[in-house]
Design a protein around this ligand. Structure first.
Ligand SMILES: C[S@@+](CC[C@H](N)C(=O)[O-])C[C@H]1O[C@@H](n2cnc3c(N)ncnc32)[C@H](O)[C@@H]1O
Length: 423
């Protein structure tokens, strides 16, 4: 499952409650969550967690501790530089907090701040969907050299080792009387008491997840240390797409060996880099009109090549991808020469504007129609500006036929991926 390309985070489910009845009173609701801990079926999920650790140890050499600090990664987030997409929905009632007994967070329900604990904190969390952790957990799992068993709390040498843990709570919904901080704190306290584990927000062996979405509650144990969508990108831009979503878009158009695949608005290159990595027998061409974006994309390719070199893999010879600065309205490509176009269009929020999209989208569809092979060519386009897109497409019936629409959540926004076939 770690090789699945469209998965952001993996966890094993301890128990799922489809219609959990939260008490209205905060104290009562939190007490119920606390009481839940001792009644959950932990044994099998912990075996899966243990198996996951042993597989990881076989698969990877011991990793060096992750030198990039949580703080510096958070800085990227604050700047809006790293997050999967630019678009955020401030109306969403969502938050995330990590906690465990003994780590009392600051902040009230109103602010949802989680200062003092290792988390992405503050108002930003209310707006975001994903709450993945960035901590250097592998230090523990690969670095100590001691096999840790969750069940008996012993190392392979027989000595007792108290496991370290943290609880991460992701909460979404406006009907809860408690914050994610409070849920994580009280649930964490009960976990500590139940297992006699030690709370540690940064160096933990076990990460217990408490996901609350309206009336749905899922308790899980994390199997991934870092969100898998970050795999290709080192130089982030304001609208960098998740590699996992890029993979899904590429897959939707079913690339065949020798296909020419173009991303005409590539930004930092998330789509073509994922494409060149996963479909190396296709040729990938990408461009953007913003020189800074082209530079970032080129830097991302360089980083990937360096990484491949150190792995001595077959791909260390290079990747089948060119990046060019161009304008989508006038592409330097021959008519009918491209098999597939996959792109993430400006939503008109951080990049461009909704007003500009009324001119840009029809021009894009016309030029993409020109370069795409009639009869077999296809395009997969992502946008949140659905109204503008629908209008532009309705005038292009002679060039493009809509074959499928897939709804996607991009950074909390309701966006669409359209699969178009060239007529
Ligand atoms: C939503 S972003 C793409 C983000 C990209 N998928 C990534 O992972 O970084 C849209 C991109 O379209 C580019 N763009 C806007 N107008 C363009 C044009 N006329 N020609 C080429 N690129 C354009 C912007 O510079 C921006 O990088």
């Amino acid at each position: 499952v770690h090789r699945l390309r469209s998965v952001d985070n993996l966890f094993v489910v301890v128990q799922e409650f489809k219609d959990y009845q939260f008490k209205e009173n905060k104290e009562d609701a939190l007490k119920d969550l606390e009481d839940l801990v001792k009644n959950l079926p932990w044994t099998d999920p912990l075996k899966v967690w243990e198996l996951n650790n042993s597989l990881k140890k076989k698969k990877t050499k011991r990793k060096k501790p992750n030198l990039q600090s949580t703080a510096s990664k958070e800085k990227l987030n604050e700047d809006g530089e790293e997050e999967g997409e630019d678009q955020k929905d401030a109306s969403k009632e969502e938050d995330c907090a990590q906690n465990a007994a003994g780590a009392e967070p600051a902040g009230s329900q109103g602010s949802e701040k989680t200062e003092g604990v290792a988390s992405r904190s503050g108002g930003e969390e209310e707006e975001e969907e994903d709450n993945e952790q960035l901590d250097a957990k592998e230090e523990l799992q690969a670095g100590s050299g001691r096999e840790t068993k969750a069940g008996d709390g012993k190392t392979s040498e027989g000595e007792a080792k108290v496991l370290k843990f943290r609880v991460t709570c992701n909460r979404a919904g406006d009907k809860h009387s408690f914050t994610s901080n409070e849920a994580a704190r009280d649930f964490g306290g009960a976990v500590q008491e139940h297992f006699q584990w030690k709370a540690d927000m940064t160096n933990f062996d076990v990460e217990v997840l408490l996901n609350i979405h309206n009336n749905e509650v899922v308790v899980g144990i994390a199997l991934t240390e870092e969100s898998l969508h970050r795999r290709n990108i080192t130089h982030f831009g304001p609208t960098t797409l998740r590699s996992t979503l890029a993979y899904g878009m590429l897959r939707l158009c079913d690339p065949q060996p020798t296909d020419i695949i173009v991303d005409p608005m590539c930004g930092t290159g998330a789509i073509p880099i994922e494409g060149a990595t996963e479909w190396p027998s296709c040729y990938h061409i990408a461009g953007d009109n913003n020189p800074q974006a082209v530079k970032r994309a080129a830097n991302n390719i360089c980083s990937l090549l360096k990484k491949n070199e150190s792995k001595e893999s077959s791909s260390s010879l290079g990747i089948p991808l060119d990046i060019i600065q161009w304008d989508i309205c006038n592409l330097p490509l021959r008519t009918g020469s491209v098999d597939i176009i996959v792109t993430d269009m400006p939503f008109g929020k951080r990049i461009g504007s909704k007003k500009k999209n009324w001119d840009l989208y029809p021009a894009c569809l016309t030029e993409m129609g020109r370069i795409c092979t009639p009869g077999t060519g296809r395009a997969v386009l992502l946008t949140q500006d659905k109204k503008c897109f629908a209008k532009a497409l309705s005038r292009m019936g002679h060039i493009w036929r809509k074959a499928q629409t897939v709804w996607v959540n991009v950074g909390g926004l309701h966006a669409a991926v359209y699969l178009l076939k060239r007529t």
